[in-house]
Design a protein around this ligand. Structure first.
Ligand SMILES: [Zn+2]
Length: 441
């Protein structure tokens, strides 16, 4: 039936995408529908969040070519005037994989076997070194290597007291499935970002002596400090799983868009606001500062169970929030690459909003975004305060604060150069205009 529908529709010039919709919750049947040519499969009844994401996925697939052309036009016209957002798409941008492959379990198992049986001992040592560096760059790694990195990091948790090694085949299976839940079409919120956030949390935990480094480079003497009472081995495992899974299914647009999009769809309620929302930022910083005081004034061994759980959650969410915005705290070349990709995602949202007749904020408007401004504002008003508050009770986490300050001065220097350049252009134009006027006289 689906094959017939696909064939019939392909003969027409109407831009219709086939989506199978059924109450049958059976993966084999779903795969058959995809193999028969359906672009996607949705379970009936449709959930509002599924409708939103589905719409965006289809929209992107249809517009993919158009967007790429648009970006090329944009880069050639604005490159000479300023270094605003992403005039050149980084060469290390995540490549879009073959989307059909993610639906085919045979393919996944093939890949998994390949990963497990291949003799990658030496290569793995190399990757262990990479994940143990603050200059970690997932954008330069292949999807397969990213999977290895996640496994390497998770395996470090199994070395902790009370933990047992996990079956490696199952672990790879889990990580591969998880990676396939990310949308590769998103310029920023994809699996690369997830691995980056995971590596950041891992690196922080190693720095504060809660995890051993995978490359044995820095073996610190475990300290009997208050943090060990707050985070047990199982909590560290949960924190790392939360990091790698925190943006699964991210539609590549922010909550403000989804809220506006509700109106567009005719009032579908959107209630999914994540803890990573910037609007909750100030509350977090205040709470983290209060926690610092509490940790200094009392000892966690005196706390009751409810209190420990509360402190544990706050501690974890503080680390998560920092990791989620840690791009700005990486060495500048990394910070620069991430900033370009993030701003590209904002601009894609703006394109979409314009096309849907929704209002476009300057931060999403290609013609108005200035990379330097976005970074300077974000660091000053969001990132620096948060990282400083974390550093308040974790002395070993002074390095991100130092990097942020260094990066801020680089961005400000670039901004100054931009302004100088603009002044030069204005002066040159004025001279040319005056010369023309004099010539006419
Ligand atoms: Zn995120």
């Amino acid at each position: 039936m689906i094959t017939q529908a696909v064939n019939r529709l392909s003969e027409t010039t109407i831009p219709i995408v086939d989506i199978a919709c059924s109450t049958i919750d059976d993966s084999n049947f779903m795969i058959e529908c995809i193999q028969a040519g359906a672009a996607d499969y949705v379970l009936h009844p449709l959930r509002p969040d599924v409708i939103k994401t589905l719409f965006l996925v289809l929209y992107r697939h249809q517009k993919m070519d158009l967007y790429q052309d648009h970006r090329l036009i944009y880069s050639s016209t604005t490159l000479s005037t300023s270094s605003v957002m992403s005039p050149t798409t980084p060469t290390t941008l995540p490549t879009t994989s073959n989307h059909n492959s993610v639906y085919l379990p045979d393919n996944i198992h093939e890949r998994m076997k390949h990963l497990i049986t291949k003799d990658i001992k030496e290569h793995k040592e190399n990757l262990k070194g990479k994940v143990s560096s603050w200059d970690f760059c997932p954008l330069s790694l292949s999807h397969q290597d990213l999977i290895h990195c996640v496994v390497i990091i998770l395996n470090q948790v199994f070395l902790l007291p009370g933990m047992h090694p996990m079956n490696q085949e199952q672990l790879y299976d889990f990580v591969i499935d998880l990676s396939n839940l990310y949308h590769d079409d998103n310029p920023y919120h994809n699996f690369f970002h997830a691995v980056d956030v995971l590596q950041c949390i891992y690196y922080f935990l190693c720095q504060i002596n809660l995890l051993p480094f995978a490359d044995h480079s820095t073996i610190k003497t475990p300290k009997d400090d208050k943090r060990h009472y707050i985070l047990r081995s199982i909590d560290i495992f949960a924190l790392l799983i939360a990091a790698i899974g925190h943006d699964t299914g991210h539609p590549g647009v922010n909550n403000a868009f989804l809220h506006g999009f509700d109106t567009y769809l005719g009032g579908v309620e959107s209630s999914q606001y994540k803890a990573t929302d910037m609007s909750l930022h100030c509350d977090y910083v205040a709470k983290i500062k209060e926690q610092t005081k509490r940790l200094m004034d009392s000892h966690s061994t005196d706390w009751d169970e409810a209190r420990i759980i509360e402190e544990r959650l706050l501690f974890c969410s503080g680390l998560m929030k920092c990791a989620d915005i840690s791009n700005v705290a990486r060495p500048f070349p990394r910070a620069f690459e991430w900033a370009q990709i993030l701003v590209e995602e904002f601009a894609c949202q703006g394109d979409l909003e314009r096309e849907l007749g929704l209002p476009v904020l300057p931060m999403n408007d290609r013609s108005k975004i200035v990379l330097e401004d976005s970074q300077i504002g974000f660091i000053k008003f969001i990132a620096l305060g948060l990282f400083e508050s974390i550093h308040g009770y974790m002395q070993d986490l002074s390095f991100p604060v130092e990097h942020i300050k260094k990066n801020l001065s680089v961005w400000e220097e670039r901004k100054k150069e931009l302004i100088d350049k603009e002044h030069e252009i204005i002066e040159e134009t004025t001279i040319v205009q005056s010369a023309t006027t004099i010539g006419k006289l």
